[in-house]
Design a protein around this ligand. Structure first.
Ligand SMILES: [Zn+2]
Length: 206
């Protein structure tokens, strides 16, 4: 792509670093911004800057939060004895949208994946195990996607918790194996949380 302006070229290059944005789309977006009032670009830039400089991760559940403890964890009406284990914040958003779940979450930050070089130490598993050891958690609900990595991660955590007084369950799936949680529709997902099954049973089924 031949640019008549270095400024334009730089802006297009930075925009094209985003996933799913090729050079052509980047050019279209940048030219669009140029046509809009300067205000719009200023607001976009400061929203992103503020996001990067002020965002926190909840000290309890590792969810993205504006405060050291997120709104879900600090809500007195949530059931602290129930913890739903998810991969990332998109899963928290999907489950919150169902309005069916009143417990807390634990965001792992990914799944164990030897292929991608992700081991247990790269995730927030030890913090989860620590939480269970403190004794307030009565049930862990595994809600990772039903892929091999998801199953491996569930099983790893399950083994880490052997000998501790905690029930483990897994969400009942009305969705095909390999479907990611964030794409499940709200009714199906809500039902699958209510109809969760003991984790041991899901092992026998395999
Ligand atoms: Zn939290």
């Amino acid at each position: 792509m031949d640019f008549s302006s270095k400024l334009l070229e730089n802006a297009v290059y930075e925009m094209s670093q985003l996933p799913g944005i090729g050079k052509r789309t980047a050019l279209r977006l940048v030219l669009h911004l140029l046509k809009q009032p300067q205000d719009q670009t200023t607001r976009l830039v400061s929203a992103l800057e503020n996001l990067r400089s002020e965002i926190k991760f909840c000290e309890n559940c590792h969810n993205i939060s504006d405060l050291p403890i997120c709104e879900i964890c600090s809500n007195p009406r949530r059931d602290k004895s129930l913890v739903c284990v998810v991969e990332d914040i998109r899963d928290v958003m999907a489950i919150e949208n169902t309005s069916q779940y009143k417990g807390l979450y634990h965001v792992l930050g990914g799944k164990i994946s030897p292929m991608e070089g992700v081991g247990p130490q790269d995730l927030t598993i030890s913090s989860l195990v620590g939480k269970v050891k403190q004794g307030e958690v009565k049930e862990l609900i595994f809600a990772l996607s039903s892929t091999m990595e998801g199953d491996t991660t569930n099983f790893y955590i399950y083994k880490q918790l052997e000998g501790h007084e905690v029930n483990t369950s897994t969400i009942a799936r009305g969705i095909a194996v390999g479907d990611e949680l964030e794409y499940a529709d709200e009714v199906t997902l809500g039902r699958s949380i209510l109809n969760r099954i003991p984790f041991e049973n899901s092992l026998k089924a395999n």
